[in-house]
Design a protein around this ligand. Structure first.
Ligand code: IMP
Ligand code: MG
Length: 180
């Protein structure tokens, strides 16, 4: 059972939905009149993307990029592989990366470098969660849902070994689940 592996709930479904709605309103104001492409980083940002874009009241294009980091499953190695690239070119367009969480920052650093080289008009980052205690490269999201402590979390898109993504809340995984 999934719920037995959760130590405690960090963010409830209601808390997430309320904050996501605020971010959507903010983005609608900030990007009004601009040609905006929202890039969802699969798979973790799937739920955030789906909820966030429905709270944005201006026209947007949506594109998807699937990536995977090599290495141990609770730590990013910084070696990122593109499994699926964007469908469309982003040159001269305003691009917003939608990510689930910034941890070491290595994944986002890679994405920012990669997408910048395609010459977008602007490139910003929206992340649902930020774990600043673990940052190893100086990168900070332009939009962040919640600052969270240094704990491994799952749910609302976030996984451990591909499981728990479908929990509707964000919970802290019992350490014994991943130290087994
Ligand atoms: P970073 O490269 O260390 O910033 O890690 C970013 C990626 O690692 C995220 O996109 C997540 O897929 C994964 N990740 C980092 N922390 C967590 C966590 O607490 N739970 C689940 N996945 C995480
Ligand atoms: Mg992941």
């Amino acid at each position: 059972m999934m719920l037995e592996d959760i130590d405690r709930v960090l963010l409830t479904e209601d808390e997430i939905q309320q904050r996501v709605a605020e971010l959507g309103e903010q983005l609608s104001q900030d990007y009004a009149g601009k040609d905006l492409v929202i890039v969802c980083i699969l798979k973790g940002a799937l739920h955030f993307m789906a909820d966030l874009t429905r709270k944005i009241s201006i026209p947007v294009d949506m594109d998807f990029m699937a990536i995977s980091s090599y290495g141990a499953s609770t730590k990013s190695s910084g070696e990122v592989r593109i499994l699926q690239d964007l469908d469309a070119a982003i040159a001269n367009r305003h691009v917003l990366i939608v990510e689930d969480i910034v941890d070491s920052g290595l994944t986002l650093k890679y994405l920012v470098d990669n997408l910048s080289s395609r010459r977008p008009a602007s490139l910003k980052i929206a992340t649902l969660l930020d774990k600043p205690a673990r940052r190893v490269v100086p990168i900070s999201p332009d939009y962040n849902g919640f600052l969270i402590p240094d704990e491994f979390v799952v749910g609302y898109g976030l996984d451990y070994a591909e499981k728990y993504r479908n929990l509707p809340f964000i919970g802290i995984l019992k350490p014994e689940v991943y130290s087994k």
